[in-house]
Write a protein that binds this ligand. Structure first.
Ligand SMILES: [Zn+2]
Length: 236
């Protein structure tokens, strides 16, 4: 499908195509390769369609950049002794031991996992996930307090923190002012954890990844691009 229209967004030119359909609302989709397609209701005025697309420029640009698709790329796990698992970017060796009670803890450069169900991957995965969740709860609040200080000149917005498993994202900032962090982010290097926190806190002031957001990022965390690419390229 050819892209028949375009608009200027910051320094970039965003091309898009439009088709008409029996729908009541305008729908914009961005393909994984970055092409933008708009489906508009039959009765929507031409000008209005283009205006609506332009107003969604920040969102469209973010989809094209794949900004929110910094998804975790965890290799397949077997939960056997010797396998390495990350915590704050550091590799630990897993040691699985049979025991009457289940417990999991750090010992030197090892994560010791004791369980009566050494054959159950589900059981071991659950224990490990619980371990990461506890570590995340121990680490994230302090890091957020430090990161919030960086926004002092913008007027600090202290977010409500929620930590939970997320499959497609490292974090998000809700319109109601909650910072949601993926519990598995605790596996990433601390500098990447801080990047995600600052990235999401910047959304308290600017919801999209447009020039204003980037400006705020450059000011608050000048090396955010390196941290971002480190997070994206490491197997966490
Ligand atoms: Zn974002």
């Amino acid at each position: 499908m050819s892209a028949d229209f375009w608009f200027q967004w910051g320094r970039r030119r965003i091309a898009y195509s439009v088709t008409r359909d029996e729908r009541r609302r305008l729908k914009i989709t961005v393909s994984p390769l970055g092409s933008v397609h708009v489906v508009a209701p039959h009765d929507a005025a031409e000008d209005e369609v283009h205006e609506r697309v332009r107003r969604k420029g920040g969102w469209i640009a973010a989809q094209i950049d794949g900004f929110e698709q910094y998804r975790p790329r965890t290799p397949p796990r077997q939960y056997i002794s010797g396998e390495t698992h990350l915590l704050r970017g550091v590799q630990y060796r897993l040691k699985v031991r049979q025991n009457d009670a289940s417990r999991i803890f750090l010992s030197g450069d090892r994560i010791i996992l004791e369980t009566p169900h050494v054959e159950s991957n589900v059981h071991k995965a659950t224990l490990l996930s619980h371990f990461y969740k506890l570590e995340a709860h121990a680490e994230f609040p302090t890091r957020i307090r430090a990161a919030a200080q960086l926004f002092a000149s913008e007027g600090i917005k202290q977010p409500k923190l929620m930590i939970r498993p997320m499959t497609k994202r490292w974090g998000s900032y809700t319109p109601k002012g909650s910072l949601v962090l993926n519990q598995d982010l605790i596996r990433a290097p601390v500098q990447c954890i801080d990047y995600v926190i600052v990235h999401e806190l910047a959304h308290a002031f600017e919801p999209h990844h447009g020039p204003r957001w980037r400006q705020l990022m450059d000011k608050t965390m000048p090396d955010w691009r390196e941290r971002k690419s480190k997070l994206e390229t490491s197997l966490i």
